[in-house]
Design a protein around this ligand. Structure first.
Ligand SMILES: *[C@@H]1O[C@H](CO)[C@@H](O)[C@H](O)[C@H]1NC(C)=O
Ligand SMILES: *[C@@H]1O[C@H](CO)[C@@H](O)[C@H](O)[C@H]1NC(C)=O
Ligand SMILES: *[C@@H]1O[C@H](CO)[C@@H](O)[C@H](O)[C@H]1NC(C)=O
Ligand SMILES: CC(=O)N[C@H]1CO[C@H](CO)[C@@H](O)[C@@H]1O
Length: 500
């Protein structure tokens, strides 16, 4: 521009020249004009290349304008581009795809994922922000140029050229970003390659299997397809083999760690034809930390608290019942609140197994006290009740004469019915030999004392058996967790590339 100003200044000098009559000046000015004309051309080359520094999408970063191919005039560059675009669009019919009647249009896709949010088990979906770039070739938009050149054009021109009708088959809702203007751009290079980039927020459906929740890895897909054009008209490709799907380094999720993303190309058969479909698959591995802190650790502690009851005095009825009932109720609350934030699936999740076993142990320790209490009561009653043999001895022994024997036997049997399993000491030396036979017949249960379990033994056994059972369960559970997650990671590596 500075050169142009010089040229104008020189022209002004030229106008005054005849008046001044300086003969050397026209020659000098002519040389200077020649020099500025050459450098102005270079200037435009430089201008073109600085502009294209930002245009990296085609892998052809250098571009320059050749004046011969643009409309020849002394007008500004903008004016010339306007003329170019007008001529480009004059013959363009946006209703018809490129190569109509010929081979299908190749639409290449790349995507940059900027955020992933709201991976939700309840609604079975996830939300992502992405820059979706579509690259296709429309020969009708090619323009003559000496070297590679790319024009970045206002998005309004999108409405005047043909564009692929790309959509997301598994989308639930999505929207463009309009602040501060429509977040998209259009670039056209001299070969007719069109690049269209749009910033989108897409909420996509993601059916999840929660069998191993919360120790699970979820695979969520984003599918890209043409709504109307079958494989005869449009074929989609990922622009590069493995690197078309790029995850921004700021993609973080609270509940999940985001694994590698896979890209797949396939053809879908529908009743209206075969459609080319691209699939991006994201792996979300659930972070166990939250559930360890919020569920696994508290429920394990509740189980441990329920064992305190085994160390308490058997007579401390209130304390032991309170511990038992409180822990059972707390476990119930924990199970209810945990499942409240999850979908109502009809199968058993890993978390349900853990909470179920915890609940079972807590419940069993309450039942243990019920058993101990019952045994204690029976024990005490037997201690209070008079022994049938002493009764027999003190009351009927002196009067064991004739018809009184049957009466005594009746009382004896009644007493035995009340205390079937009580141990009975029979002082043998006080009995006469002739009375032994009716006595043994009357007290048949006195043979069973060695099988009696005392309440103290039940508590003692529980103190060791309950923790042992819980420990074994924890070992199996976590071993299975690490085993299964390693298995699923290997599965990811094997299955996904082969299905592409
Ligand atoms: C699309 O990508 C393929 C490779 O995947 C490439 O061969 C082809 O030239 C690309 N087409 C366009 C229009 O960029
Ligand atoms: C793409 O991935 C496959 C397997 O994952 C690998 O063999 C191939 O070399 C990769 N290609 C590029 C260009 O990275
Ligand atoms: C779709 O593809 C299948 C094979 O993959 C082929 O048999 C079928 O004819 C195709 N349908 C159409 C409408 O082209
Ligand atoms: C060579 C050429 O096109 N010259 C034009 C430069 O612009 C002026 C006015 O804009 C025209 O009058 C010239 O013909």
């Amino acid at each position: 521009m500075r050169r142009l100003r010089h040229r104008r200044w020189c022209g002004g000098e030229d106008a005054r020249l005849p008046q001044l009559g300086r003969g050397a000046l026209p020659l000098l000015c002519f040389i200077w004009l020649l020099a500025t004309a050459v450098s102005a051309q270079q200037d435009e080359v430089n201008f073109g290349s600085t502009k294209s520094d930002k245009e990296v999408e085609y892998g052809e970063p250098t571009a320059h304008t050749d004046r011969r191919d643009l409309p020849k005039s002394n007008e500004t560059l903008e004016r010339r581009i306007t003329v170019l675009l007008d001529e480009m669009l004059k013959s363009h019919d946006k209703r018809i795809r490129p190569n109509y009647g010929g081979p299908p249009v190749e639409v290449n896709i790349t995507a940059l994922i900027t955020t992933i949010s709201a991976v939700s088990e309840v609604s079975m979906d996830y939300t992502l922000d992405l820059y979706l770039r579509q690259i296709w070739r429309d020969d009708r938009l090619a323009f003559p140029s000496d070297g590679p050149m790319s024009l970045t054009i206002g998005i309004d021109m999108v409405n005047q050229i043909w564009t692929p009708d790309t959509f997301f088959p598994n989308e639930k809702k999505s929207f463009f970003h309009e602040a501060t203007s429509h977040n998209s751009f259009l670039r056209i290079d001299n070969h007719g390659n069109v690049l269209r980039s749009i910033r989108l927020t897409v909420t996509a459906n993601c059916p999840m299997s929660l069998h191993t929740f919360p120790l699970d890895t979820q695979k969520c897909a984003l599918e890209i397809e043409s709504y109307g054009y079958s494989t005869k008209d449009i074929v989609y490709h990922w622009h590069t083999e493995n690197t078309s799907l790029v995850m921004d380094e700021n993609v973080h999720l609270a509940h999940f760690s985001v694994g590698k993303a896979y890209q797949i190309e396939r053809v879908i058969s529908l009743s209206t034809g075969n459609y080319s479909r691209l699939t991006a698959i994201f792996n979300f591995k659930r972070n166990i930390g939250f559930y360890l802190i919020q569920i696994y650790f508290p429920s394990s502690l509740i189980v441990v608290i329920s064992w305190v009851s085994f160390w308490l005095n058997r007579e401390a009825v209130q304390a032991r019942v309170a511990i038992g009932v409180t822990t059972v109720l707390t476990m119930t609350t924990l199970m209810t609140s945990t499942n409240g934030s999850l979908p109502k699936v009809s199968y058993v999740k890993s978390l349900d197994i853990f909470l179920g076993v915890c609940f079972f142990i807590v419940f069993a320790s309450l039942v243990e006290y019920a058993a101990v209490g019952y045994m204690l009561k029976r024990h005490r009653r037997r201690a209070d009740a008079p022994s049938p043999v002493t009764y027999f001895e003190s009351e009927t022994s002196p009067n064991l004469q004739n018809g009184r024997m049957r009466n005594g036997n009746n009382r004896l049997r009644r007493n035995n019915n009340r205390s079937m399993k009580n141990s009975v000491n029979i002082p043998m030396d006080h009995l006469d030999a002739e009375h032994i036979v009716p006595l043994l017949v009357a007290v048949p249960v006195t043979r069973r004392p060695r099988f009696t379990i005392r309440p103290a033994q039940v508590d003692l056994a529980s103190r060791f058996l309950f923790p042992l059972f819980f420990l074994i369960f924890q070992i199996i559970y976590w071993y299975w967790y690490f085993f299964s997650t390693m298995g699923s990671e290997n599965q990811n590596d094997n299955t996904l590339p082969s299905s592409s």
